[in-house]
Write a protein that binds this ligand. Sequence first.
Ligand code: SF4
Length: 265
Amino acid sequence: MITTKDIRNKYVKNYPSAFCPGCGDGMVLNAMSRAVEKSGIDQKKVAAVSGIGCAAWIPSPYWKVDTLHTTHGRAIPHATGLKVGNKDLEVMVVSGDGDCAGIGGNHLLHAARNNIDLNVLMINNGLYAMTGGQVAPTTEHGEKTLTTPYGNPSQGIDICNVVKHSGASHVARWTTYHMNELIKEIERTIDIKGFSFIEVLSQCPTRTGKKEGLSGVEMLEWYRENTTKNKEEEGIYVGEIQYVERTELTEEIYEQISKRGGKPR
Ligand code: SF4
């Protein structure tokens, strides 16, 4: 049986951690590593793409797969090029909420519409953490942040709903409290042909925790108490939000190349 130490040695580079104590990002790295291990996929066939922000550090520099660390909000277009040029690669995008739903929001919509076979993990801590805790599109109405000291006057976006209605094959939401479910969901995305999007609610004890007077553990307890797996109940729904089979972009492109007598790679 593979041990925690084996997982660490096989998947995590031995660099000093840049994450603050109690941050959820290390937990997501753990979940991604365990999911790839459980899936049985060859680690050399996995590539991870990230943009800018604390969550972007999860794969790069820490994950032992091929990685592309790109510019702010542009992880998805880089991942799209990687997938279209190398259709057998399992391409994962790891991105924070500011990076993915804010600066890269337009790319997210179109990748979901195209249903390209990418696995996107959006790590949502509800603000721009790395740059000091500014308001993000995911910040809830009334929340105080560095740039909304009297409370956010805008509404937070339900990004899973947006991605679902943009045409993604697979959409789900979990939190860092739900580690076993998160590992299973990431493992599942590896088999899904089409655009997979998992929103991971994740604690930022440095920006949100200090402001609310909560430790990392207390933030995990908040997720436990405020989420539900029952759509009929009050609370933040966690679980699968959508699964549909749809035409996938890369396969369609390769088919068209073949029809024109070309030779796909
Ligand atoms: S600022 Fe927040 S999200 Fe960034 S590493 Fe620290 S705890 Fe994690």
